[in-house]
Each structure stands twice: as structure tokens, then as C-alpha cells.
Design a binder for this molecule. Structure first.
Ligand SMILES: C[S@@+](CC[C@H](N)C(=O)[O-])C[C@H]1O[C@@H](n2cnc3c(N)ncnc32)[C@H](O)[C@@H]1O
Length: 262
């Protein structure tokens, strides 16, 4: 894969960034909330059954996708995972309460996965995984034949404004819809894939940076903002991308539903 395994993200830094943003994440992550709803809806549209006996969701965060899944499907046992241990707290507030749920903390890449899963789902997380072919092969090996995979990440235009202005906030695995067939292992068939940008607008650079901090999505950034640096950043952003005095920020969500065939 082009540029994919180039950087290995500092998972301690990513964890810190999401942990700091966890409380504000749920309120501020409006794009991720819409993505989670759409991903669960796509599963239904592709004919997923009303009940999944055993399911795993990784990168569950504050539970945007968890809630959508629990509202739309009957789930027997549910393993939730996140890098951030505090994500376990949100589990207690889930409605409807999943009958058999447990939380496992740590990177999904090194989690001991349950066998014979009927569903593996994850929203807005796979962009943080440097070796996605290895992870998806692992995931597929733990799905039952006929089991479902519902994933969302972000494409190469994610935060393109920040990239153009030299920010180091990029996650390691931005993949377009067209990249996914080469990432998934043999025996996993893509049923639906969607990529559609969503643009948020901010009144100032401070508001934009606050949004990034509150949602934890700039986990790789190492910027100390002096007053002067902030003014230069805002002027450069306005000059290149400004729209009627506002600063646009592009999210580039990619959503897919796939099934294990064999
Ligand atoms: C943008 S949030 C998405 C949260 C939630 N799925 C949603 O849709 O709102 C990404 C989450 O992935 C978690 N994460 C990042 N890398 C991870 C990894 N390697 N294993 C498990 N979780 C990870 C972060 O801690 C964070 O909670």
C-alpha cells in the first residue's frame, strides 16, 4: 500500500489525546456521530440479520456506534475495546443495556480476539492502525463464515487543509474507498462502500484548533502555539482556504460493509 505503513503512530500520544478529549468528544464529534449512524444503517440495508449472537466493536470511544448497533440489532454477547481505559465508564450508561458485554482495554492489534464472531464493527478508528492488511486478516480469521464486518475510516483528503499548511496531525492510514479491496484479505467480500466529504466551518483558527483538541483527532500533532504562530497559521489558512471569512475543515469519511464468504 502506498504511504501506508510509513509512520508508526505513537499510541501513547494517541491514547493521551483521546483520553483528554473523551468528555468533550461525545458532544463535539458531530461528524463521527453521523458516520456511526450511517454505518449501522448500511449494515441493515445490506441485509444483516436482526440478531448477532456474538459481536466485537473496537475503538468504541464514547459509544456512538455502540448505541446505534444496540438500537438497531439484538446482540447476544458484545466485546467492546478501546485504547483508552476510561472508555469503559461509558459502557454503564448504554441503553438498551447489552445483556452480556465486557470491555477490553488496549490496542486492537494485540487483543486476544474471541472466536466465531458474527459481527466485527468499528467507526472512525481504522485510520490509526498502521498495518491494516494484518489487522483485517486477524479480524477475518475470527469471524464465522457469513460473518459481517462494518468499518469506517477516513480517506486521503481528510483534513487536507491542515496537511497543506504543514500540520503533523495526520493519522497513518488514510484510505480511499478504492483502496479497500486491496486491504481486505481473500474470502472477505465488500458489499457496500461509500466515501463522501463533510466540511465543517470555523470562525477562527482558535475555534478550529479547539475542535481538534476536543475531539482528540489530532493525536499525532506536536504543536506549541505562540501568539505569533497562531496569527500566521490563521492568515495562511484564510489566504488559501478561507470562505467568506470562515475556515473550512474537510472530513473525508469512508464506510464499508463486508462479509466473510468462506
Ligand atoms: C475518533 S474515535 C471514534 C470513537 C467511536 N468509535 C465513534 O465512532 O465515535 C477513535 C477511537 O479509537 C481509539 N483507538 C485508536 N487507536 C486504537 C487502537 N489501536 N486500538 C483500539 N482503539 C484505538 C481511540 O482511543 C478513540 O477512542
Amino acid at each position: 500500500m502506498r504511504d501506508m505503513a510509513a509512520q508508526h503512530p505513537d499510541q501513547g500520544r494517541i491514547r493521551q489525546s483521546f483520553r483528554r478529549g473523551l468528555e468533550s468528544y461525545h458532544r463535539n464529534a458531530s461528524v463521527q456521530a453521523e458516520i456511526a449512524a450511517r454505518l449501522a444503517q448500511m449494515l441493515q440495508e445490506e441485509g444483516a440479520p436482526g440478531r448477532f449472537g456474538a459481536a466485537l466493536e473496537f475503538g468504541c470511544g464514547t459509544g456512538h456506534l455502540t448505541r446505534q448497533l444496540l438500537q438497531r440489532f439484538d446482540i447476544g454477547s458484545l466485546v467492546l475495546n478501546d485504547l483508552v481505559p476510561e472508555a469503559a465508564l461509558g459502557l454503564k450508561e448504554l441503553q438498551p443495556a447489552p445483556p452480556q458485554a465486557r470491555f477490553e482495554c488496549g490496542p486492537i492489534e494485540s487483543l486476544v480476539l474471541p472466536q466465531d464472531l458474527d459481527l466485527i464493527a468499528s467507526a472512525s478508528t481504522v485510520q490509526w492502525i498502521p498495518d491494516l492488511p494484518a489487522l483485517t486478516a486477524q479480524l477475518a480469521a475470527h469471524l464465522k463464515p457469513g460473518g459481517w464486518l462494518a468499518l469506517s475510516g477516513f480517506g486521503r483528503r481528510q483534513f487536507h487543509e491542515l496537511a497543506a499548511l504543514g500540520s503533523g496531525a495526520a493519522a497513518p492510514s488514510y484510505l480511499d474507498a478504492a483502496d479497500w479491496p486491496a486491504v481486505l484479505p481473500e474470502g472477505v467480500e465488500i458489499l457496500a462502500v461509500e466515501q463522501a466529504p463533510a466540511v465543517l466551518e470555523f470562525g477562527s483558527a482558535v475555534a478550529l484548533l479547539k475542535h481538534l483538541r476536543q475531539t482528540g483527532v489530532n493525536g499525532q500533532a506536536r504543536q506549541n502555539w505562540s501568539r505569533r504562530r497562531l496569527q500566521e497559521f490563521e492568515a495562511a489558512y484564510q489566504a488559501r482556504f478561507g470562505r467568506g471569512g470562515k475556515l473550512p475543515l474537510t472530513y473525508d469519511p469512508v464506510l464499508l460493509v463486508a462479509r466473510k464468504t468462506g
